[in-house]
Design a protein around this ligand. Structure first.
Ligand code: DGJ
Length: 727
C-alpha cells in the first residue's frame, strides 16, 4: 500500500517511489500539512505542529488562544475564518457571504486511480501502479462537500491532486475559487522556477528567489499560453541540475491558470495551483457538482534532471494515450514555410516527391487548402476543400502522395472562425463575444464558442467529414489567437464567467471525440507554435509543435526550457530555410539538423529549390535520424550545458537500457583564442564501454561521465556536433 492511514493520530502517509507526503486531521477536523519530501520509513511526528498565542490571528474557539487557521499549515484552506493567506477555495452564497469552513468528515483509500469526468489526467494501466485517497471535507452549514483527492504513484516520484465539490444544500452556491492543490511549507528557503515566454520564444527558464508576499505565474488568455506555462517549481537555494531538492507543480489543464507562492509573516510558504479565479465563477445549483482539474506534484532530491526524468516518463507513458504513445514518430515535411498560402496540387506533389526521394515519411499540407483561404483573413470554419487550389479534391491529392509511399497529413484550426466565412455569415452568434461590444479580431479571426454543444457538434462533424474523405494519418491542430470579450450567447447572465472554463471543457470533448473516432491518426497540437504546450493537450495529442520559431539558435533555449517538463517525444522540431523566416539568421544545414533531430524531426522548407549539396546533407540527416530516433524519442534526456548561461549548450539522449546514446553540442558564436572545452556526459552505464561512432574512439561510461570528452575546436558561428555512442 502506498497510502497509509494511522487512526490514532488521524495521519495519512503517502509514499510515491522515493517520496513521502504526510498530512493529518487536527483539532476540529482541519486538514494540516506535515511533510513533503524524501521518503521516510515511518512518520512519528518529529516535526509535530506547534501552537502559540499569536497576536492578530483569530482563534477557531475562543478558549484556545493558540490555535488559529492563520498559522496552521493547511492542505486545503478556505476563506473567511481567519486564514489571511491566499485561499485555495472560496464560494459566494445567496446572502452574499463568502465564508466557508471545511472540516474533515471521512476518507476512502482505493487501489488505482480514477479518471476525472470530462478532463484530462494521468492514469494507471494496472491497479497496482498507484493508490488513491479521497478526503471528504464538509461545510456543514451549507451542506457542501469538497472531495480532495490524492494519488501516489508506485513507480514515479509523483503525487497528483484534484478537487471535486458537490452542493448537497438547498441553495445556490457560486464558486469563486477552486484551486486543485495547495501545499503549505514551513519555511521559505526556496527559489521559484517557471517557464515564461512569448510567441517565438516560448518556455524560457526563469529562476528567482521568493520573498515575503505573493509571486505568481498565470494565464488570463483563455489558453495556457506562450506567455506562461502551467508549471512552477520550488527549488532549494543550492539546487542545480543534479543536486538538491525540487518541488514541482504541473497543471493538467489548457486554459486560464494561476499558480502562486505566498511567503507569510512567519516565513512559511504556501504554494497553490488551479484554475485562475480571475474572471471565473461557477454556479452550483443544489445537487450539482464541479470537478477541478489535476495538478501533478513531482519531488526530486537530486535536482532538476531527476524532476524532468519523472515528468518525461509519467507524461510519456501515463498521460499521453493512444496508438502513437509508444510508436516511433514519422519524419515529416510540411509545406508552410515552403509555400505559405501560395500552392497548388502540382506544387504540393513536387514537394512531397522530393521529400520522398530524401527518405521523408510523411507529407503535411498546412494552412490554405480550404474555403477561399489565400491569406490569413478568411475561411476559418469553412472546412471544405478549395477546388481552385486542389481541383481534384483532397482524396486525390492524398492518394497521389500515398502512391508515392508516403503518409499524408493535414492542418486544421477547428476552434476558430473568420468573419469572412460562410460559417460566420450563417451563425454570427457562434463566436465568443459579449452583447453590444466590439468583437476584437486577432489575425483577423474570432474564437468559436466551444462552450456551446451545438458549435462543438458541428465542428466535430465538419472535421470528421474531411478526415473520412481521404487517407489522412496525421493532423496538425492549430489555434492562433487568444480569447477577448469573454462571453457566450448560450449562457445566462449569472453563468457568463463560466465561459472560459466551459470553452476548455468543450475543447476537450471535441478532442476526445475526434481522436477516439480516428485512432489511426497521429495528432500534433499547435498554437502559433507552442502556445498551448501543456499536459492537458498532451492527453489527447501526443505531440506539440514546439514553436513557430524554427531558427536553430533560438530553439536551443526553447527546447531546453520545454525539456524541463515535457518529453522529447512530445516536441516537434523542424529544419527550415535560411535566412530564417522568424529571425533572419543564417545557420548551416548541419546545425539546423542537429537541433531539430533532438525532437520529433521534420523539414519545413521548399526542398525542390535546394542545392545538390543541401539535398545530400538532408538525405544523410534523414538516414541518421532513422537510426537514432528510438533513442531520441523514447530514451532518457539529460541536459549537460545550459544555453541561458553562456555561448554553448549541450544535451544527450540515452536509451533506457543504456546501450545507446546520442550526444549533441552546439556553440553559438565563434570566440577568439577561446579555452579548450570538455563536456562531462550523463546517464551512461559506468561499467559499459562505449564506442563514439563519429570519432572511432571508445571509453568506459565512468570515464565519459567523470572526466568528460574533449570537444574539437570549431570555427565560425553556430557550429555543432552530434555523436552516436554504442555500448
Ligand atoms: C501557426 C502555426 O504555428 C504554423 O506552423 C502554421 O501552421 C500557421 N499557423 C498556419 O496558419
Amino acid at each position: 500500500m502506498s497510502i497509509k492511514y494511522y487512526d490514532n493520530t488521524q495521519t495519512f502517509h503517502l509514499t510515491a517511489k522515493n517520496t513521502s507526503y504526510v498530512f493529518q486531521v487536527v483539532k476540529d477536523g482541519y486538514l494540516a500539512h506535515l511533510y513533503w519530501g524524501k521518503r521516510i520509513k515511518e512518520y512519528n511526528h518529529s516535526n509535530k505542529l506547534r501552537f502559540t498565542d499569536r497576536a492578530f490571528s483569530a482563534n477557531t474557539v475562543a478558549e484556545d488562544r493558540t490555535f488559529s487557521l492563520d498559522t496552521l499549515p493547511q492542505e486545503y484552506p478556505s476563506f473567511g475564518h481567519g486564514d489571511y493567506r491566499n485561499p485555495a477555495f472560496q464560494v459566494q452564497l445567496e446572502n452574499g457571504s463568502t465564508v466557508t469552513d471545511l472540516r474533515y468528515v471521512s476518507h476512502t483509500i482505493t487501489k488505482g486511480k480514477p479518471s476525472l469526468e470530462g478532463l484530462p489526467s494521468t492514469y494507471v494501466e494496472e491497479l497496482e501502479e498507484a493508490d488513491t485517497v479521497e478526503i471528504v471535507l464538509e461545510d456543514s452549514l451549507l451542506d457542501l462537500k469538497v472531495m480532495v483527492t490524492y494519488t501516489a504513484f508506485e513507480n514515479f516520484d509523483a503525487i497528483t491532486r484534484s478537487v471535486r465539490v458537490v452542493n448537497n444544500g438547498t441553495e445556490n452556491v457560486k464558486l469563486l475559487k477552486i484551486a486543485s492543490a495547495n501545499v503549505d511549507f514551513r519555511d521559505s528557503d526556496f527559489d521559484m522556477l517557471s517557464l515564461p515566454g512569448a510567441w517565438g520564444r516560448e518556455r524560457h527558464v526563469a529562476r528567482t528567489e521568493i520573498r515575503p508576499g505573493t509571486q505568481s505565474v498565470e494565464s488570463r488568455r483563455g489558453a495556457s499560453s506562450h506567455q506562461h506555462n502551467p508549471f512552477m517549481a520550488l527549488l532549494r537555494k543550492d539546487t542545480n541540475e543534479d543536486y538538491g531538492e525540487v518541488f514541482a507543480f504541473s497543471f493538467v489543464y489548457s486554459g486560464n491558470f494561476l499558480s502562486t507562492v505566498e511567503v507569510d509573516q512567519f516565513g512559511y510558504s504556501r504554494a497553490t495551483m488551479g484554475i485562475n479565479p480571475f474572471d471565473f465563477s461557477w454556479l452550483l445549483e443544489p445537487k450539482e457538482e464541479f470537478q477541478a482539474p489535476e495538478v501533478v506534484m513531482v519531488y526530486s532530491s537530486n535536482g532538476l534532471s531527476e524532476m524532468s526524468q519523472t515528468f518525461h516518463q509519467l507524461y510519456g507513458k501515463r498521460l499521453c494515450r493512444g496508438e502513437f504513445r509508444d510508436k516511433i514518430r514519422p519524419i515529416l515535411i510540411n509545406n508552410w514555410e515552403a509555400t505559405y498560402f501560395n500552392f497548388n496540387e502540382e506544387k504540393i506533389q513536387e514537394i512531397a516527391k522530393s521529400g520522398k526521394d530524401l527518405g521523408i515519411e510523411l507529407f503535411v499540407l498546412d494552412d490554405g487548402w480550404f474555403g477561399k483561404r489565400n491569406d490569413d483573413t478568411t475561411s476559418l470554419g469553412d472546412w471544405f476543400v478549395d477546388k481552385n487550389k486542389l481541383p481534384n479534391g483532397l482524396n486525390h491529392l492524398a492518394q497521389s502522395i500515398r502512391d508515392m509511399n508516403m503518409e499524408f497529413g493535414l492542418w486544421f484550426e477547428p476552434e476558430m472562425i473568420s468573419v469572412d466565412s460562410d460559417l460566420y455569415r450563417e451563425h454570427p452568434d457562434w463566436c465568443i463575444h459579449v452583447p453590444n461590444r466590439r468583437r476584437s479580431e486577432s489575425r483577423q479571426q474570432l474564437v468559436l464558442d466551444f462552450s456551446r454543444k451545438d458549435v462543438c457538434d458541428e465542428i466535430i462533424s465538419r472535421v470528421s467529414s474531411i478526415l473520412e474523405c481521404a487517407p489522412i494519418t496525421y493532423v496538425k491542430w492549430d489555434m492562433n489567437r487568444h480569447i477577448t470579450e469573454v462571453g457566450s450567447a448560450s449562457l445566462p447572465p449569472e453563468r457568463q464567467r463560466e465561459t472560459a472554463h466551459r470553452y476548455i471543457l468543450g475543447l476537450y470533448r471535441v478532442m476526445e471525440e475526434i481522436t477516439t473516432k480516428f485512432p489511426h491518426i497521429l495528432f500534433e497540437s499547435c498554437s502559433g507554435g507552442g502556445g498551448r504546450f501543456d499536459p492537458g493537450i498532451l492527453y489527447y495529442m501526443p505531440q506539440t509543435w514546439t514553436s513557430d520559431n524554427t531558427d536553430a539558435i533560438s530553439r536551443l533555449k526553447i527546447q531546453y526550457g520545454t525539456s524541463l517538463v515535457y518529453p522529447t517525444s512530445s516536441m516537434g522540431a523542424h529544419v527550415s530555410a535560411v535566412p530564417n523566416h522568424q529571425v533572419n539568421r543564417i545557420t548551416s544545414m548541419e546545425v539546423r539538423g542537429h537541433v531539430a533531430m533532438s525532437g520529433n524531426f521534420g523539414y519545413e522548407l521548399d526542398v525542390t529549390q535546394l542545392s545538390e549539396e543541401d539535398l545530400g546533407i538532408i538525405a544523410d540527416q534523414v538516414e541518421f535520424y532513422k537510426e537514432i530516433r528510438p533513442v531520441i524519442q523514447f530514451g532518457d534526456f539529460y541536459r549537460l550545458i545550459d544555453p541561458f548561461e553562456g555561448n554553448q549548450t549541450s544535451w544527450m539522449h540515452v536509451s533506457r537500457d543504456k546501450k545507446e546514446a546520442v550526444f549533441t553540442y552546439v556553440k553559438v558564436l565563434a570566440e577568439p583564442n577561446n579555452p579548450f572545452i570538455k563536456v562531462r556526459l550523463k546517464g551512461l552505464d559506468p561499467e559499459a564501454r562505449y564506442e563514439i561512432v563519429e570519432l572511432n574512439e571508445s571509453y568506459y561510461g565512468d570515464e565519459l561521465m567523470n572526466i568528460g570528452i574533449n570537444i574539437p575546436r570549431m570555427s565560425g558561428d553556430f557550429t555543432s556536433i552530434m555523436w552516436r555512442l554504442k555500448a
